[in-house]
Write a protein that binds this ligand. Structure first.
Ligand SMILES: [Zn+2]
Length: 330
């Protein structure tokens, strides 16, 4: 939609530059622009009152500029708005603002518009109550993930080629967790793959969660399941790895979690009592492939439960490849 406003300019959100780790998540977001455009034009015909602020007609200018909810959201995430001449229409205010801000702010504007529209649709079609704190939490988490990827993975020369699964000290079990999430059906298949110090699989588990609100909650559930699985298996010293930076940061935090993940992170912290040692690592998707394949296979084959006597061939192949790459690293 933004690209349409910029009179045919191809306004990539520069997400593709950010590298593999966020690609899966990001590509889903980009699909939004076309459908939003179609829905905006439908709304214009119907002349509906904005359901977020309930103050003005929900036309394109309102959605992109004058909506009080949008403006309040932009104030909270500190979007820099230029002073404008009163004669300038909202469409051009939006275009000028977008062109004037830096790359990160452009990204925030794009994410915030997508996010606002997503929650507006949730309100209209599913009756899900609109929550500004929840929306701001999502935007900040997303922004944080993208910044991290940008700073740590894209500008370190040769870093992408050096991401490897790493073996560990004797006695420690590494748990890689991931999730396959179907947004439309709110279904999340979580997966945890446990490996010992030599990289051998010592257990795997998949689990189906229903009514999962979003991808972050799904990832947090996967992390929680990893600890529950470790407890069941009697593991005592753990390294827990996942490719969701928000979840890893939230569970590592010492202070009280104030995000939507709070009930899950609280339970995760309670589970720490069952272990001698728990360390969390954020890893790029490229290092978490085995867990990701396990989640996908769990979803496609509808396999739920423990796999302590071996894993599917597709997962085993990735595990073997991880080990091979580690041994060939020099
Ligand atoms: Zn409004």
């Amino acid at each position: 939609m933004i690209s349409g406003y910029l009179e045919g300019r191809t306004t990539e959100f520069r997400f593709r530059k950010l590298g593999l780790p966020g690609q899966r998540l990001i590509s889903r977001r980009i699909c939004w622009s076309g459908s939003m455009k179609a829905q905006v034009s439908t709304l214009q015909k119907r002349e509906t009152v904005c359901l977020l602020c309930k103050e003005e007609l929900e036309n394109t200018e309102h959605l992109l500029w004058s909506c009080g909810v949008l403006q309040s959201m932009w104030t909270s995430i500190q979007i820099q708005i230029l002073p404008f001449d009163n004669s300038l229409d909202y469409k051009n205010r939006f275009v000028r603002t977008y062109l004037a801000v830096d790359g990160r702010q452009k990204m925030l504007i794009s994410i915030s518009l997508w996010c606002l529209w997503f929650h507006r649709n949730k309100l209209v079609h599913e009756g899900v109550k609109f929550s500004m704190p929840k929306l701001l939490g999502f935007i900040r988490g997303y922004d944080h993930d993208l910044c991290f990827i940008h700073e740590n993975l894209c500008f370190l020369p040769g870093s992408m080629g050096k991401e490897l699964w790493r073996p560990l000290d004797y006695g420690i079990i590494k748990l890689n967790f991931d999730v396959s999430f179907i947004q439309g059906k709110k279904l999340a298949t979580t997966a945890v793959l446990a490996r010992d110090y030599r990289g051998e699989v010592v257990g795997a588990d998949t689990y189906l969660f229903e009514e999962v609100g979003n991808a972050f909650v799904a990832e947090a559930r996967a992390c929680e399941k990893a600890l529950l699985f470790a407890r069941m298996m009697g593991f005592r010293r753990l390294i827990v790895e996942g490719d969701s930076l928000s979840v890893i940061n939230n569970v590592k935090k010492k202070e009280k979690d104030r995000s939507v993940l709070r009930p899950i992170t609280y339970h995760i912290h309670q589970l720490h009592l069952f272990f001698d040692e728990v360390t969390y690592n954020f890893v790029p998707c490229a290092v978490n492939v085995a867990a990701h394949i396990l989640a996908l296979e769990g979803r496609i084959r509808r396999v739920c439960g423990n796999q302590v006597d071996g894993v599917l061939d597709s997962v085993r192949l990735v595990v073997e490849k991880d080990w091979l790459l580690w041994n060939q690293r020099i």
